[in-house]
Structure formats: C-alpha cells, structure tokens
Design a protein around this ligand. Structure first.
Ligand SMILES: Cc1cc2nc3c(=O)[nH]c(=O)nc-3n(C[C@H](O)[C@H](O)[C@H](O)COP(=O)(O)OP(=O)(O)OC[C@H]3O[C@@H](n4cnc5c(N)ncnc54)[C@H](O)[C@@H]3O)c2cc1C
Length: 374
C-alpha cells in the first residue's frame, strides 16, 4: 500500500504534523529511530509563543509541572551580570516528558508508529516515494516529511550543502539539582561557548551548553574542559561545585550546524531542525519546530482537501517557511557571533546594560508572536 504521508523522525516537528494530519483524517506513518521516552541534548526552555497552541492540542505545560520562566540573566566570561525581564517568557519542561506527552497525543490521534527504526534512504519515483529502513524494509508514500533533526546520514544521501563542511559545534546536557530562582533562565558565557541553566519539572534544572570540539581536544575530556574552561566563569564554577548531577554521564551531540538549509529537498518537505536550526541562545528552536510542523500540516491538508498539485504544495510550504523563520535564523546566527568570544561578550553585556530596549529588540527579533490557530 502507499501511505498518504510518511514522516521521518518523531521529535517536536514530526509529532506536531502527525497529530494535525491524523486529526484531519489523513493517514500517517511516522518512523522514529528511538523509543519513547528518551533524553535529548536541548536547553529545555520553551518559548510561550507555542503555549496557546499546545493547550489547544491537549498538552498543558502547567499540568505537567513545567517551571514558569519570565526573566533572563546573562553573564560574561568574567562573571559580570546583566538581568532583563523576558516579555513573552516561556516554560521549562524536559524533552523526556515533553516528547513523550506529544507521542501519547499522536498515538491517541491515530498516527501509526514504527519505533526503534531508522530510515536509511528515500527515493523519489515521479509520483510517489520509496522509503527504506536500515533493516531493509520498504514503505511507499505520496508525501514524505523529513523531521529527523539537525543532522543525519540521510542528509549525506541527499547531498545537502551543509554536509559538505564540518561544523565545530558540540552540545552537552545534564539534569541537575541546584539552588537557583525557578523563574529565571541564565546564559553563562565562557571561552568558545555558552551554557544555559533553567528549571524544569520536579525541582530539577537543565544545564546545557554549546561549545567547540577544539575545547575538548585541548583538554582531553569533557570534565577536564569543564574545569579548565567553563569554570573560568565564576557562576559556572559554583554550579559545577555545588550542584547535584543526576546523570551518570552527559548527553552529547557533535557536528551541530547552523548553516542555512532548504525547506524542500528532492520533493521531501523538511521540517524543524532538518529545515534550519536556530542558534540555541535564542531559546526557541522547539517553538519553531512546533510552529513549522503545524505549517507543514496545513499545506499537506490543503494539498489533499483542495486537490492541489505537488508544485503548489512545495512552493507554498517553502514560501510560508521562509516568511516565518528566515529572518529569525539570520538574527540568531549573527547574535551568536558575539557570544563565546571573551572580549565581544564583555562588550555586549555592557552595551546591552546601557541600552536595555536594544536587548529587548534582539529578543523580539529572534522570537515569533504567540500563534493561535482557528
Ligand atoms: C545545545 C542545544 C541547546 C538547545 N536548547 C534549546 C532550548 O533551550 N530551547 C529551544 O526551544 N530549543 C533549543 N534547542 C533547539 C531544539 O533542541 C531543536 O530546535 C528541536 O529539538 C527541533 O526539533 P525537531 O523535531 O526538528 O528535531 P528533534 O527533536 O531532534 O527530533 C528529530 C527526531 O528524529 C529522529 N531521527 C533522526 N534520524 C532518523 C532516521 N534516520 N530515521 C528515523 N528517525 C530519525 C530522532 O531520533 C529524533 O527523535 C537547542 C539545541 C541545541 C543544539
């Protein structure tokens, strides 16, 4: 049989699209490499721009014990502090809980799942796709959505431009217990990186940082790099000394690329990080994945219900994706240049300290407005 829609990857983008399509009566097969629940490298701060939408979907962050976050602390590598209110704000919830809750909603909505299954190849055959798994099984689909995250072997198969270059960035995440205001997200800068800390459910905190692999290479191991580099920022020093670390070892990912990507590749509609990853300091990659997943679903629903042709589907999706996200990605990439560099981030702290409206403008330009669907 040929599925109307096959989604590769069950993170926030894939699950959102799956739920929307199933509820609109369109049959969906979602193939996910892992099982639920699972941990992911992510700062776990979710912008309130998606809160009304999530509630409408049936997921209420408050009922899940999410932390309410409405203030921002920025520290420079030398430990200087700048505090600012977060106008829109957000909430803290672990991916372990968040993705699993969306998965439960998707299952209840009728999405069909193949878990612990990795997609290895996708072929376009003029009017349908053949999707092959690593185990050698094949599935046919009329529409395929690539929601498989930042980087996958599939990107190499598809000859995507950003795979031609290596990326220096790596991400490291822990869950910790620590004494810190629950309503504040802190962004602590250090040489070649920055580290976010904010509360999640159950009196826990997420500590997640982005750095360059060269930092680890220089010091031989992650713990040694943390002692020698991150701990130069006195706020991170205190956390490393006083916090209780809840994992045996951190979650780590490599080769995080912020290079621009295309929203449609070989007729596959890319969504979430597979379409473009915003720099983590903006704290809204998750909101963008959910919003983008919703846009993809609306375009696919129109394609089926209004009998549109494939070109209109692909062009319409690309246009809406770019309108919604291109500027934010660009601003995010440029703001990130100021961070991790000791001199520039000291300068940024003093500059934004003198001009708080400018800081609020930057925050506004990397975020969207709350999106509410009819
Ligand atoms: C260090 C760091 C910190 C961040 N902090 C924040 C933050 O605080 N707030 C925020 O909003 N955003 C943050 N982000 C960004 C955020 O994590 C992502 O934007 C978001 O997870 C994107 O969701 P997604 O659905 O596109 O991808 P993902 O959530 O990564 O989901 C992709 C899914 O696809 C599956 N998959 C991969 N390959 C295959 C395959 N071949 N076959 C089948 N399945 C496959 C994976 O197992 C995964 O479940 C951060 C990112 C980084 C790197």
């Amino acid at each position: 049989m040929t599925y109307p829609v096959l989604i590769i990857g069950g993170g926030l983008a894939g699950l959102t699209t799956g739920i929307e399509l199933s509820r609109a009566g369109i049959r969906v097969l979602l193939i996910e490499r892992k099982n639920y629940p699972h941990h992911k490298v992510c700062g776990e701060y979710i912008s309130n721009e998606v809160r009304p939408y999530l509630k409408k979907l049936g997921l209420d962050p408050t009922l899940l014990g999410a932390a309410e976050i409405n203030s921002f602390r920025f520290t420079s590598p030398r430990g200087h502090i700048l505090d600012s209110p977060l106008t829109l704000g957000g909430f803290g919830l672990s991916r372990y809980l968040f993705d699993d809750q969306l998965y439960q909603l998707a299952k209840a909505s009728g999405v069909e799942f193949l878990l612990n299954t990795s997609v290895s190849e996708v072929h376009w055959n003029e009017d349908h796709f053949t999707v092959q798994t690593a185990a050698g099984d094949e599935y046919k689909a009329e529409v395929v959505m690539g929601a498989y995250g930042k980087r996958a072997r599939l990107d190499r198969e598809l000859h995507r431009d950003f795979m031609q270059q290596t990326s220096p960035y790596m991400g490291v995440k822990y869950h910790i217990q620590y004494d810190f205001p629950k309503d504040t997200i802190a962004l602590h800068n250090f040489r070649n990186g920055y580290c976010g800390i904010s509360a999640i459910e159950d009196d826990k905190y997420c500590m997640c940082y982005l750095t360059e692999r060269s930092n680890v290479k220089m010091y031989g191991s992650i713990p040694e790099m943390e002692r020698q580099v991150l701990a130069q920022n006195p706020h991170i020093y205190t956390i490393l000394k006083e916090a209780k670390f809840l994992y045996d070892s951190p979650e780590v990912i490599n080769e995080i690329s912020f290079a621009p990507k295309k929203a449609v590749v070989n007729h596959i509609l890319m969504s979430g990080d597979a379409a473009g990853l915003i720099t983590p300091l903006c704290g809204n990659g998750m909101a963008m994945a959910i919003h983008g997943g919703w846009i993809a679903a609306q375009e696919i629903i129109e394609y089926y219900k209004k009998h549109r042709n494939r070109k209109r589907l692909e062009d319409g999706y690309t246009r809406r994706w770019n309108e919604q996200f291109s500027t934010r990605l660009w601003v995010g990439r440029n703001v990130q240049r100021m961070f991790g560099n000791e001199t520039l981030s000291e300068f940024a702290l003093h500059f934004f300290g003198l001009l708080p409206p400018l800081l609020r403008l930057v925050i506004r330009n990397t975020h969207g407005k709350p999106f509410i669907t009819s």
